[in-house]
Design a protein around this ligand. Sequence first.
Ligand SMILES: [Zn+2]
Ligand SMILES: [Zn+2]
Ligand SMILES: [Zn+2]
Length: 335
Amino acid sequence: MFIILRGYGIEFILPGIMPTTLGAGRIRRGTVPPCRAIIRDMALELLFLGTGTSTGVPMIGCRCGVCTSDDPRDRRTRPSVLVRYPRPGHTEDPSAVYNDAHDPTAPPPSVQVLVDVTPDIRDQSIREGLAWLDAVVLTHGHADHTMGIDDLRRFNAVMDAPLEVYAEAGVLQDLGRSFEYIFGCPSKRTSTFVANLLPFPLEHAVPMPMHGATWTPLRLMHGRLPIVGYRVDWEGRSLAYCTDVSSIPPETWPLLEGLDVFVIDGLRFRHHPTHMTVDQAVETCERVGAARSFLTHMSHEISHADHEPELPDGVALAHDGLRVSIDGRGVTVAG
Ligand SMILES: [Zn+2]
Ligand SMILES: [Zn+2]
Ligand SMILES: [Zn+2]
């Protein structure tokens, strides 16, 4: 049963009512829940779709050493990650999702949740063979995190289903203005090929069940703008993704305890009013104390080959296509 509220010019469906029920009929029936030994081998995974700042790297019209670098790790699309974990009821190897033999129109063995929808989502999805999303969560409404929303219509078409989009109410309100033809009242929506999205408002620090994992929105400050990051907990593994942050308010620190993997904004070396510097990001990683930490949302001032060796143990620069897996034995990194 859904409860639909109409406000802000768009329809909201109350959080917690249906995140685990939408699409439930699409989950394969008759499979046996995996035993503990199998769960030990299953992973909570993070795939970096994009690790660049809002301009992307290389930047238009820049001939600096990083923008002209041959190192593929210096090519950074706009910032986004895909979070994956085994779909409830599946016992197949979740990595099969990237197998060419997998039918893209059937639910993959892994739940796949997209964090932010960048203007590069089309290229990122094609690069990673991504064709199925179980939900989209947004950190805030800035263009580098939301302007790929129109391209979500291809996921609707492949899945033949609507797609849940979670964000704070104010962000959904802004999107209702930018994408009125998607989120506006039905009489204003076009009937042509548009994304079919179900907006859900979320509250920071209130955990949300999401297809077998728990997602907790984390309050972060992006300059003076309050935004959210996310903590994801699945079967004793945990990660947090905190992009576009200049400071972490006191209420959020306890929610960053006990993490396996931590991702934080590390824009550049010079001070910036709305992002952390590399030094601030490293200091934050050391205070959080996750097993492995990664910097993202990086500008062209950061050369992967030159600057990563300067980071302390356990802290690394992310790059597009990097995959981080957390299973019962620990954290592994590939790509
Ligand atoms: Zn950004
Ligand atoms: Zn440059
Ligand atoms: Zn931003």
